[in-house]
Write a protein that binds this ligand. Structure first.
Ligand SMILES: CC(C)(COP(=O)(O)OP(=O)(O)OC[C@H]1O[C@@H](n2cnc3c(N)ncnc32)[C@H](O)[C@@H]1OP(=O)(O)O)[C@@H](O)C(=O)NCCC(=O)NCCS
Length: 162
């Protein structure tokens, strides 16, 4: 059994270690980091899974602007400890956090990630096609999801940090 809980301030160092182990050493050069700038993540949407005292998985979200207008959400990073993969931790964190984001009134979420993974949650390339990133991302990896119908309609232009 595992439980999803909100990230606590003391979890930061262990999450950084998990991210270092889950992504390549140059992860901070990724396009998504430009969009996070020096802003903190959204505390109410940062969740972890701990099992037998071990931090096994983490998901975080940031606010971003589209064409300088009120924020959408940027999902990520999402990471599951290697020995914990394939047991639904990632899916649980994404589904739970998207449901919370909807309850909090957010309308749209962007992600730069693996389309084969994120499409199961409703993310698609077509919803992001009118949006541009501050620097190139891996081809086909820029995806968006509407939390409410039409949440991205008429939203086009540059995505930037808040
Ligand atoms: C990608 C990652 C978060 C998946 O976490 P996980 O807990 O192993 O995944 P889950 O067990 O929740 O998988 C849920 C479903 O997605 C599938 N899946 C898992 N990884 C996948 C991938 N890379 N591509 C496509 N599908 C994938 C699983 O088979 C499973 O399918 P099912 O529900 O039909 O059984 C994890 O492998 C990871 O941390 N990777 C390194 C960092 C990373 O790539 N982060 C996300 C991209 S930014």
């Amino acid at each position: 059994m595992f439980q999803v809980t909100l990230e606590q301030p003391g979890d930061g160092p262990n999450i950084e270690k998990l991210l270092d182990q889950s992504f390549e050493p140059a992860r901070r050069q990724r396009t998504a980091y430009c969009l996070r700038a020096d802003n903190p993540p959204l505390a109410e949407l940062c969740f972890i899974i701990r099992q037998r005292g071990l931090l096994c998985a983490s998901i975080r979200y940031w606010r971003v602007m589209i064409d300088g207008r009120p924020p959408a959400l940027l999902l990520g990073p999402l990471a599951v400890r290697k020995i914990c993969r394939g047991h639904g931790f990632g899916k649980t964190l994404v589904s739970h956090s998207l449901a919370c984001a909807t309850d909090l009134g957010h309308e749209a979420v962007l992600v730069i990630g693996d389309a084969d993974y994120y499409q199961q949650f409703g993310f698609s390339r077509s919803l992001a096609v009118e949006l541009t990133l501050p620097k190139p991302a891996t081809s086909g990896a820029f995806l968006a999801c509407e939390l409410v119908a039409g949440g991205l309609s008429g939203r086009l232009g540059a995505v930037s940090a808040t």
